[in-house]
Design a protein around this ligand. Structure first.
Ligand code: ME8
Length: 670
C-alpha cells in the first residue's frame, strides 16, 4: 500500500507576526512531507491561522480596528512567509472561512443532540490572557498558575463538553499506540495527567464577554471556545464544501465519513505541535473526535522550544528572532538545515546566530558544497568537464563509502526510515541528517585518499573510477538532503546533470558559484582556550598532585605512578581509524578538526593539537590511533569525540602516530 501522510502544523494566532518557533514547526512538517514523498509516499500538508478568540480580539482592539479587519490584514504575514522558506502547504486554512464555521457549528450541534454538551453555571477564577478558568486550589497567590498574571472572579453560565466520559478510552488509545505520541516520553506525560480524574471542558464563552468567535447554533448568546473551534480545522481541511447546518440537517460525522478526502487522509494524520499545546491536542482533541464517532489522530509529533540563553523565545519576553531576517541573511536552505539538524525533535535547543554560522560553514559549505566544487573542478581539469566512465575497481576507501551510500539509499525506501516511521516513538530527523552528512564526509575522505587529481597522471582509469563514483555518491546525498535543502539539492543535481537522479557518463558538468558561501561570525567575546586541547597525554599537574587521565583521580607524588594493571589499561579503548577530512580550526595555531572513520555508525569529529607538525592534506587517508572512550569535550566551541594519540618531538610539538601497515578501521590497539 502506498505510504500516506496527512501532516499539519498548529494554526498560528494572528495576534502578532510569525517568529522562528512558528517557522520551525512549519519547516518540520514540510520536511516530513518531503521525506515521505522521497520514500515513495503521497502527502497532504495543512497549515493556517487561528483567527478567533480573546487574544486576537485584544490585538485588534489595541490597533483600533475590528477583529475581522485585523485578521484579514495579518493572516498573509503567515501565508506569504511559507513559500519563501520553501514550505509548500497544500492547503492554508483560516478559521474565519465559512467552510470552517460550518464544520464547527455542525460539531457543536451534533454533540448537543447526542447529549454530550450541557449547560451549567459555575464560579471560578478567570485568567483573561489565557482565556481559562482556574479553581481556588489551582491559583497561586491570586495569580494564574500558568502565566503568573492576576486572575478575576467570575460567575457564569456556560456550555460544557462531557469530556470526562472519555477518560478510559483515551488512556487506552495512548497506551495501545492507537494515537502515537512522539517522542515517547510525552506519552508518559499525558498518561500521568490522566491519572487524575478528567474534568469536563467548558467550550463556550458568553458573547457579553467575548463576541469574536463562532456562534453556538443552539444558544445564540454564546460563541465557541477558541480551542474547540481551532482543533476542528484539521477535519475542515478534508471537508471543504459542507453546507451550513440547518435545524433539520446539522450533523457533521456522516458527511466526513462519506467524504473521499477524509477517508483517504484522516487515517494518516500526523499533527506537529509544540509541547506547550500537548494537552489540547492529546486530551481535548481525541476526546472530541471520540464523542463525534471519529477515529483519534494517528500521531502527534511534539516539539521542544527554541530557547535564547535558556529562556523560551516568546513574544511576551521580547527575545524573538525574526525568521525573515534570518532567511534574508543566510537563505532558506541554511535555515531549514540548521533547524532540523540542530534540534532533536521533542527536546529544547538553544538558538544562536553563531550556531547557524557554524552549521553553515562546517556542514554545508565545507562538507557538502566544497565536495561538489572539488570534484567538478577535477573533472574540468582532467576530463574536459565531462563525467568519466568508471571501468576500474574502486579503492578500499571508495568501496566503503559506496557501501555506506547504498545502505542509506536502501534505508530511505523502507517503512523504518526514521522520518516516515509512524510507530518508531521518535522522529529523529537530526539523526537522518547526520547520517546523510556522514556520506559527504566519507566522499571527501575518498577524494583525498584516492587523490584522483594526482592519480590521473599515472592511472587515468583509476582516477576516472573515483570521480564517477564520488559524483554518484553526491547524487545520493543530494537526493537524501532534498527534503531539507530543496533548492541547493536541485542545483547540485542540475550541475551534475542528474536531475533524473541518474548520473550519465559523458554529460558535461556545470560549474557555478559556491552553493553555501561561508559566513564570518564575530562573537562579542572570544574564549580561546588552547591550553585545554588534550587532557594531558601523560598527566596534568595541578596543585593537588598528578592526575591519572583515565580515571580522573589525583595521586600524590609519593605514590608509585608509573605502574598500571592490565585491567586499568584495557579500559581505555584505543582504536585505529582513517582520517577522512582534516582542516585547520580558525583562530587556532595548534588545532586541526578531523573526521575519523572508526567503522562506527558515523565518523567522529576529533580535534587535535597537531597543526604545527602536520599539514591537513598529508593526514587525510592515513590511519591514526584514537582513544575512543573519552567523554566528548568542547574545544573552541566544537565537540571533540575522542583523542588522537601523539608523541612529542624534541621541541615538544605533537606528532600523530600511524600503524606500520593498513589494518581494518575500528580495530582495538592492545
Ligand atoms: O498555540 N520554540 O498558536 P501560536 C519552538 N493557535 N516552537 C514555538 C516557540 C518556540 N519558542 N514558540 C511557539 C497556538 N512555537 C494555537 C494553536 S492548533 C489547533 C492552535 C510554536 O501562534 C509551537 O509549535 O501560539 C507552538 O505550539 C506554536 O508555535 C504555537 O503557536
Amino acid at each position: 500500500m502506498t505510504n500516506r501522510l496527512y501532516v499539519t502544523t498548529p494554526i498560528y494566532y494572528v495576534n502578532d507576526k510569525p517568529h522562528i518557533g512558528h517557522a520551525y514547526c512549519t519547516i518540520l512538517a514540510d520536511a516530513l512531507a518531503r521525506y515521505t514523498r522521497l520514500n515513495g509516499g503521497e502527502t497532504y500538508f495543512l497549515t493556517g491561522t487561528d483567527e478567533h478568540g480573546q487574544k486576537v480580539q485584544q490585538a485588534a482592539d489595541k490597533r483600533g480596528v475590528t477583529p475581522q479587519q485585523h485578521v484579514d490584514e495579518l493572516f498573509s504575514a503567515f501565508k506569504d512567509l511559507w513559500p519563501t522558506l520553501e514550505c509548500e502547504p497544500d492547503r492554508f486554512i483560516r478559521t474565519t472561512e465559512p467552510a470552517h464555521v460550518n464544520v464547527v457549528q455542525r460539531a457543536l450541534w451534533q454533540l448537543y443532540d447526542q447529549g454530550l454538551i450541557e449547560d451549567r453555571t459555575f464560579e471560578g477564577w478567570y485568567c483573561v490572557p489565557d482565556e481559562r478558568f482556574w479553581t481556588e486550589k489551582e491559583i497561586v497567590e491570586g495569580k494564574c498558575p500558568d502565566c503568573g498574571r492576576p486572575v478575576t472572579r467570575l460567575q457564569e453560565r456556560n456550555w460544557f463538553f462531557l469530556m470526562s466520559r472519555f477518560q478510559e478510552r483515551l488512556i487506552a488509545a495512548v497506551q495501545t499506540g492507537e494515537m502515537a505520541i512522539v517522542p515517547a516520553n510525552r506519552a508518559n506525560e499525558v498518561l500521568g495527567f490522566l491519572r487524575e480524574p478528567l474534568q469536563d471542558l467548558c467550550i463556550s464563552r458568553p458573547k457579553a464577554r467575548l463576541s469574536w468567535g463562532i456562534e453556538l447554533p443552539f444558544d445564540r448568546d454564546f460563541v465557541a471556545y477558541v480551542w474547540f473551534d481551532a482543533l476542528l480545522n484539521y477535519v475542515t481541511a478534508l471537508a471543504p464544501d459542507l453546507p451550513a447546518p440547518t435545524a433539520d440537517e446539522h450533523e457533521l460525522t456522516p458527511h466526513l465519513l462519506g467524504h473521499p478526502p477524509f477517508q483517504k487522509w484522516w487515517p494518516h494524520v500526523t499533527h506537529c505541535l509544540g509541547k506547550d499545546i500537548l494537552t489540547t491536542h492529546a486530551v481535548y482533541w481525541p476526546t472530541m473526535l471520540m464523542a463525534l464517532g471519529l477515529p483519534v489522530p494517528r500521531r502527534l509529533v511534539t516539539t521542544g522550544w527554541w530557547l535564547m540563553d535558556d529562556a523560551k523565545m516568546s513574544k511576551s519576553i521580547g527575545n524573538v528572532v525574526n525568521p525573515l531576517e534570518l532567511r534574508d541573511k543566510y537563505g532558506a536552505d541554511v535555515m531549514r538545515y540548521f533547524f532540523l539538524r540542530e534540534m532533536a525533535v521533542g527536546q529544547d535547543a538553544n538558538f544562536s546566530e553563531e550556531a547557524v554560522v557554524r552549521r553553515n560553514n562546517a556542514d554545508l559549505a565545507n562538507d557538502l558544497g566544497n565536495l561538489l566544487q572539488r570534484v567538478i573542478g577535477m573533472c574540468t581539469r582532467s576530463f574536459d568537464g565531462k563525467i568519466p566512465e568508471a571501468t576500474g575497481a574502486p579503492s578500499h576507501v571508495l568501496a566503503d563509502a559506496l557501501k555506506y551510500a547504498e545502505q542509506l539509499q536502501l534505508a530511505s525506501a523502507t517503512d523504518d526510515f526514521e522520518p516516515v516511521a509512524v510507530t518508531s516513538g521518535q522522529a529523529r530527523l537530526n539523526r537522518t541528517l547526520a547520517d546523510t552528512m556522514a556520506l559527504t564526509q566519507k566522499l571527501n575522505g575518498v577524494l583525498t585518499a584516492d587523490a584522483p587529481f594526482k592519480r590521473v597522471l599515472t592511472d587515468r582509469e583509476a582516477a576516472a573510477t573515483t570521480i564517477f563514483h564520488v559524483l554518484q555518491g553526491i547524487v545520493v546525498a543530494a537526493r537524501l538532503l532534498a527534503p531539507v535543502i530543496p533548492a541547493a539539492s536541485a542545483e547540485m543535481l542540475r550541475r551534475m546533470r542528474a536531475e533524473d537522479g541518474i548520473l550519465h557518463p559523458g554529460a558535461q558538468l556545470l560549474e557555478g558559484a559556491p552553493l553555501f558561501p561561508k559566513h564570518e561570525w564575530k562573537p562579542a567575546m572570544t574564549t580561546i582556550d588552547e591550553t585545554l586541547t588534550q587532557p594531558g597525554a601523560s598527566q596534568a599537574t595541578s596543585g593537588r598532585g598528578l592526575q591519572d587521565f583515565r580515571t580522573g583521580e589525583f595521586r600524590t607524588e609519593k605514590e608509585p605512578s608509573d605502574l598500571v594493571d592490565i585491567d586499568t589499561f584495557s579500559r581505555s579503548q584505543l582504536r585505529v581509524g582513517i582520517v577522512l577530512t582534516a582542516e585547520p580550526v580558525p583562530k587556532s595555531k595548534k588545532l586541526l578538526r578531523l573526521t575519523i572513520d572508526l567503522s562506527e555508525e558515523q565518523p567522529r569529529q576529533i580535534l587535535s593539537g597537531i597543526a604545527e607538525t602536520v599539514a591537513p592534506a598529508d593526514l587525510i587517508g592515513k590511519q591514526v590511533l584514537v582513544i575512543a572512550n573519552l567523554p566528548p569535550r568542547l574545544m573552541m566551541g566544537m565537540e571533540s569525540r575522542g583523542m588522537l594519540l601523539v608523541a612529542e618531538d624534541a621541541e615538544g610539538k605533537r606528532v600523530p602516530l600511524h600503524p606500520a601497515r593498513l589494518v581494518p578501521n575500528g580495530v582495538l590497539v592492545k
